[in-house]
Ligand binder design. Structure first.
Ligand code: FIX
Ligand code: ZN
Length: 412
């Protein structure tokens, strides 16, 4: 029987009406993009946008080598514009762009009314170079319905360090996160980390870890995590983001397109969560095989927040599977997606495509609930989507009690 003790809006008992409502809410709710590699113009060469950057994205480089007869040496000798032309010719003219990354470029061109079957890049180049960067960022955020993006900030990067040390104000649409990968491969002390936390005011600390990551372990990274990073996370009340399962440069000739993945050991995360109950962990795994174990670990530790369908998992069929699995095991206590965008306009396609899968999976959950005897209301759908698209993250970064309209201190 369909009942409700407190009805604010009508119960959605008709499947077609329910589907329409879920799609409308998922498509219009602003999202906080919790992990990207985007930067505002103040970061000079790190601020990437436009068709040449879109086409030379490492996802597409890897795919191009499968369809063109060109050696990596020759490809890397070409200028960026020539590489973009080559990728367009190979993947979009000589072949149909059906891969997720290639279809993504089509979604971007379509969003701006550009010719998706163009024989060359003339029109697209003219369009993107004519844009005012700040207005363009605004428009992209608007189309993708993004309320803010979190950057990946490496204190050892010279361009970044120049910006942070200049004391300039950060573009408020971009938030910082302190990335520890390079630091953890060297050595650093607590004073150094505290200084960078003070400078960046990051929303969280983050590290990507290899598929063979173990905790505990007998190495420098383990010592630094235990002695420096985890105590700092606790003292500053900063969540620690773990992105686990990457195998870097399995084919070094492909450069940044040469990274792969491996199945990792989820018990390492369970031990971290158990030993550091005062630290909140945001965790994603790169291997599809780890996803179910991650959900089960999250059921055991409420300081663990699964997030995103990372990199090789960001394909509609896999996003659909993982999201449904998470609904079934975790309710709405997870962050369904992040974009990992490196090029501004990727926000458009990554979020458009993800929202489609999230809406389908959420509709399927509510339909199952309906068939068990409980209907949902529009208000409840909005509450659930808001929780997943921003609430869970704001809780993890300690901003959950502050109204976003009032621009909370850490979030702004
Ligand atoms: O380590 C990371 O943050 C990864 O997301 C990147 O290194 C990777 O190259 C990427 O862009 C995946 O989407
Ligand atoms: Zn990333």
């Amino acid at each position: 029987m369909v009942t409700s003790t407190e009805i604010h809006s009508p119960l959605l008992t008709d499947e077609e009406g329910l589907r329409a409502e879920v799609e409308a809410i998922v498509n219009s709710t602003p999202v906080t993009d919790v992990h990207t590699h985007l930067f505002p113009p103040q970061f000079n060469e790190h601020c990437l946008f436009g068709i040449d950057e879109l086409l030379t994205y490492h996802y597409l480089t890897a795919e191009m080598f499968r369809s063109a007869k060109i050696s990596p040496e020759r490809f890397w000798q070409m200028s960026k514009l020539a590489r973009a032309d080559f990728v367009w010719q190979t993947l979009f003219v000589d072949n149909s762009p059906t891969s997720e990354a290639a279809r993504g470029v089509i979604s971007v061109l379509d969003a701006f009314g550009l010719d998706t079957r163009a024989p060359d890049l003339k029109e697209a180049r003219e369009f993107f170079t004519s844009r005012n960067v700040s207005a363009h960022i605004e428009q992209v955020f608007d189309i993708a319905r993004i309320s803010g993006v979190v950057m990946t900030n490496d204190p050892l990067d010279e361009t970044e360090a120049r910006f942070w040390k200049s004391g300039s104000d950060l573009d408020p649409r971009f938030k910082s996160s302190l990335r520890l990968d390079r630091l953890l491969s060297k050595s650093f002390d607590r004073a150094f980390l505290d200084e960078w936390i003070e400078r960046l005011k990051p929303l969280y600390l983050a590290v990507s870890l290899p598929a063979d990551f173990k905790f505990p372990s007998d190495d420098l990274r383990d010592r630094l995590l235990r002695e420096v990073v985890l105590p700092a996370a606790k003292d500053h009340q900063l969540a620690l983001t773990l992105m686990i399962g990457v195998r870097r440069r399995v084919n070094p000739q492909l450069r940044e397109a040469g990274d792969s993945l491996g199945r990792a050991d989820v018990t390492a995360v369970e031990r971290l969560c158990a030993q550091y109950p005062d630290v909140k962990f945001l965790v994603t795994f790169l291997s599809r095989e780890n996803q179910h174990e991650l959900c089960v670990a999250a059921r055991k530790f409420n300081n663990l927040m699964p997030f995103g369908c990372w990199w090789f998992l960001n394909n509609p069929s896999i996003v659909s599977e993982i999201t449904r699995e998470r609904f079934e095991l975790l309710g709405q206590s997870f962050i369904p997606q992040h974009s990992d965008a490196r090029v501004l306009e990727q926000l458009i396609y990554k979020w458009k495509h993800s929202r489609q899968q999230i809406a389908d999976a959420l509709f399927a959950s509510y339909r199952a609930l309906l068939s068990s005897g409980r209907a949902v209301t529009t208000e409840e759908i909005s509450r659930d989507v808001n929780r997943m698209f921003s609430g869970n993250f704001h809780e993890w970064i300690g901003a959950e009690n502050e109204s976003l309209e009032k621009e909370p201190s850490r979030w702004t």
